[in-house]
Ligand binder design. Structure first.
Ligand code: FE2
Ligand code: FE2
Length: 162
């Protein structure tokens, strides 16, 4: 049990160390794009590597979604940003769709990279909307104490899936 908790703390550490909830989520966005960089360099016949990287991507995005959907998006709705939170949540559904489709395409070689490129483009738009438009609005709306509480809560959610 202690080993499991220790491993979880290690996985969650970069997020915790990044600071406030918005900085932490931006750091995760960056780390996620690095996995796309690696996947883009894989050859069609390198199925093992694609499967492994896709698993890492699924895990990173799953943890990230848990942090946003269970802490940040509810905070958005409680602060008058309901439509914005619902639109972001809708995007997360399609993240899962891409992951589902990509796992089927691993075996099909050539079709994999175009799907990956479409995924990355949609995801980058989503990340930009969060980082540049919506998250700054929530951060400004919250007091410093409320921002600190949200960071703690978000990290707790991340730890569940770390
Ligand atoms: Fe998101
Ligand atoms: Fe995000």
């Amino acid at each position: 049990m202690a080993a499991i908790v220790g491993r979880k703390l290690v996985v969650q550490a970069p997020t915790v160390l990044a600071g406030d909830w918005d900085k932490a989520l931006a750091a995760e966005h960056k780390a996620t794009l690095l996995l796309f960089d690696k996947l883009e360099k894989t050859a069609p016949d390198d199925r093992r590597k694609r499967r492994l990287l896709l698993m890492q991507l699924s895990h990173a995005l799953g943890k990230h979604a848990m942090e946003e959907e269970n802490a940040v998006y509810p905070a958005l709705r409680d602060n008058g940003l309901t439509a914005e939170a619902d639109a972001l949540n809708h995007d997360h559904g399609y993240v899962k769709q891409y992951l589902y489709d990509l796992s089927d395409l691993i075996a099909q070689g050539e079709a994999f990279l175009p799907k990956l490129a479409a995924f990355r483009a949609d995801l980058e738009t989503h990340m930009r909307t969060e980082e540049q438009e919506i998250f700054p609005r929530l951060k400004t709306a919250l007091t410093q104490d409320a921002n600190t509480a949200l960071t703690r809560r978000m990290n707790g959610e991340g730890l569940k899936l770390a």
